[in-house]
Ligand binder design. Structure first.
Ligand SMILES: [Zn+2]
Ligand SMILES: [Zn+2]
Length: 100
């Protein structure tokens, strides 16, 4: 299959004892990485992944890896910030258009 950037989510694949892994949720991909604990997976720190919120590529860090569905910094800091940025740009453009 073709190479892609994994989009991770945290799941428990253990039967008797919990076994937390970060698994890629893209169709046709069964890649997963075992976690040291439910909130720690050093093997993935610094790896590039796809944000579960905006879909942008970003570098996984300890903060993102504590999320069940890791999201990039832009999405975690202020969830609505991206929307506000988009709106601000829209109005900026509109103002410029009106000025001719
Ligand atoms: Zn994958
Ligand atoms: Zn994001």
């Amino acid at each position: 299959m073709t190479q892609h950037i994994h989009k991770f989510r945290r799941i428990d694949i253990g039967k008797d004892v919990p076994h937390w892994v970060m698994q890629c949720q893209l169709p046709g991909c069964n890649h997963y990485t075992s976690m040291v604990s439910k909130l720690s997976v050093p093997a993935l720190v610094g790896k590039v992944s796809v944000c579960n919120s905006c879909g942008d590529r970003f570098q996984l860090d300890r903060r993102a890896l504590r999320q069940a569905k890791p999201t990039c910094n832009a999405c975690i800091q202020t969830p609505q910030k991206k929307e506000l940025d988009k709106a601000a740009k829209f109005f900026e453009k509109l103002a410029k258009t009106n000025l001719g």
